[in-house]
Design a protein around this ligand. Sequence first.
Ligand code: R5P
Length: 302
Amino acid sequence: MTLILGFEDYLPQAEKLALCLSIPIKQVNLHQFPDGETKITLPEKLPKNVIICRSLNQPNDKLIELIITASAARDQGVEHITLVAPYLCYMRQDKAFNSGEAISQKIIGKLLSEYFDSVITIDPHLHRIKSLTEAIPNKAAITLHASHAISTFLQQKFTQPIIIGPDEESKQWVKAIAAPHQWRFTIATKQRYSDTEVDVSFSESDLNTNTKLNLAGQDIIIVDDIASTGKTLEQAVIQIKQQNPKSISVIVTHAFFVDSAIKQLNSLGVNNIWSSDSIPHPSNAFSIIDTVATQLKIGEAS
Ligand code: R5P
């Protein structure tokens, strides 16, 4: 038997996963002591296989809690622990850009590989490496993609949208979302000067047909993996608006939208702001949990 262990901050998603897999779920209880430490209480009588489902946004406390949970589960005799972390933290810093900078991707990846037998995540932010196993030296570090869920969601909303990615990196997602429906798509080039200063400029060519792309009167969808400050999306919206589209929507996998990001996008007249439930956020509009469940079922069958 396999049991899902969930945490309060990601419980609806963990419950959905349990439902999809028809397996039980129990909650790990956290108690914050006044000094900032956490008491972690696991359910008793854990089975041999456990899936811990918790997304790793705002990761610093969560990582400690997950390590304690995994260790306590092993102490109870659990033999196989899968971590389902739809958002995986610390994947961006994959090299030291300046001397003295820690390469957090490698450090956190190694830590996770020590405590978990397998790790499943959605579109981790990997820049210079091709495979998640390079970051998490684990036989079973699995990257899943949100593109199918995004594509299916958008199909219910639009007939012929134009899909736009704000930078070169987004081409993989934009293409995967547009291709099943023959939607037109393009990507922009992005220059980032600081955390909050970004320039975005567009190619006016449809990368599906290599013809000129006219955005006037069209439904435009800007797709990205992460919205953090929202500045990338904001600059993309400003550029696109100049071409008088019918509507502009933004859709992301991992929704941080820190500070006034949502307010800024709304003030620019963005029609829809949507995200997956990889990170709980008011913009959550579709789920990536089915994608995780499918992978887990495949793993079970093989
Ligand atoms: C960059 O490589 C990513 O794909 C996102 O475009 C970026 O992280 C978004 O950040 P922000 O919302 O702060 O512009």
